[in-house]
Design a protein around this ligand. Structure first.
Ligand code: NDP
Length: 321
């Protein structure tokens, strides 16, 4: 019965994930992916694994009876899904349930960056409105902007639909064009960056997008250019971005994600024209609970019916042993 199935939770995941796995399975919870925290008996018993990323090939190889890795989050760049697939291990993620929430925050971050919302609020709170008068006119505006979306997937499309109502032009870059959308497609990120002044990145991490947003791309955006990133920090060359901001190659950046979280490069903290958030795009109580349920529902469905609800593409073909 499912009650006899052992599921390992590695690291700090949502309490609702831990609670439900404890209700549905035999739970083992360790605070980091380190096999020395487990007895040989427990290692042999583990059939399911749940984590907020951080599962590499070596850790997958520790468990001889592992069947499924349920990742908390839609982005699974820090789970070695290709290695899991090669070993016949299913990997699931949490798509769709966070799409609208992340798109909302992405648009909010775009507006906050262009209109300097955090700095304007600080002006009020510091009493400067009373002492010195109104906050400065924002040099930047959304009016007349040309938006380029890097990663027109589930979330990118939800961002584009919102931005349509703002009366701005919208174009995008993916490896392949999306059928049935009214937005201009660019086969290269450079081509997109040359055509727009505002790059909104919601592309996944991983080797294929590593530092894709480099000095060349930022220069192509131009001196009025703005970068918004709610995808993954690894997609940005952060040194090049800090240099582009301080040197005026682009005008501003709004970032929710960083290459080495929770560490934010000092050069980005020092840049005057950034809005920096601690990876909060999906982090409302409502949406994190929905993600937790989908994460655990994948485990429940796998062990009850051998069917994952939301397998990642790399392991979609994996069959139960
Ligand atoms: P999707 O898989 O639906 O969309 C990803 C898009 O990126 C696709 O359109 C894909 O198109 C494109 N893409 C992927 N690889 C490349 C590449 N190498 N070059 C160009 N385009 C590429 O995912 P979601 O929209 O659901 O999520 C996107 C990402 O958002 C997640 O992977 C995650 O990293 C991030 N995220 C961040 C959150 C936050 O809190 N800040 C919360 C949730 C998600 P194609 O395959 O044609 O290239």
């Amino acid at each position: 019965s499912a009650g006899a199935v052992t599921v390992l939770v590695s690291g700090n995941v949502h309490d609702h994930v831990v609670k439900r796995i404890g209700d549905e399975f035999r739970l083992i919870h360790i605070d980091r992916p380190d096999p020395s925290l487990l007895s040989p008996q427990d290692i042999a018993r583990v059939r399911g694994l749940s984590a907020f990323g951080g599962i590499d090939a070596n850790f997958i190889d520790v468990f001889p009876n592992l069947e499924i890795i349920a990742n908390f989050g839609v982005g699974y760049d820090s789970v070695d899904a290709a290695h899991a697939a090669a070993k016949g291990v299913m990997v699931t993620n949490t798509p769709d349930v966070l799409t609208e929430e992340v798109a909302d925050l992405t648009v909010g971050l775009l507006l906050a960056t262009l209109r300097e919302v955090p700095k304007a609020e600080a002006w009020l709170r510091q009493g400067k409105w009373v002492e010195e008068g109104g906050y400065r006119l924002s040099p930047l505006s959304l009016r007349g902007r040309h938006i380029g979306i890097f990663g027109l997937g589930r979330i990118g499309l939800a961002v584009a639909r919102r931005l349509e109502s703002f009366g701005v032009s919208i174009a995008y870059h993916n490896r392949r064009p999306v059928e049935g959308v009214p937005y201009a497609y660019f086969a290269t990120l450079k081509g997109l960056a040359e055509a727009v002044d505002t790059l909104v990145s919601i592309a996944p991490g991983g080797a294929a997008t590593e530092k894709a947003i480099n000095a060349d791309i930022l220069k192509a955006l131009g001196p009025r250019g703005v970068l918004i990133n709610t995808g993954r920090g690894s997609t940005v060359d952060e040194d090049a971005l800090a240099a582009a901001l301080s040197g005026g190659a682009i005008a501003a950046a709004g970032l929710d994600v960083f290459a080495d979280e929770p560490n934010v490069p000092q050069a980005l903290l020092d840049a005057p024209n950034t809005v920096l958030l601690p990876h909060i795009a999906s982090a409302s109580a409502l949406t994190r609970t929905a993600m937790a349920d989908l994460c655990v529902d994948n485990l429940v469905s796998w062990f009850a019916e051998r069917k994952p609800l939301t397998p990642v593409p790399e392991t979609a073909h994996v069959k139960a042993k």
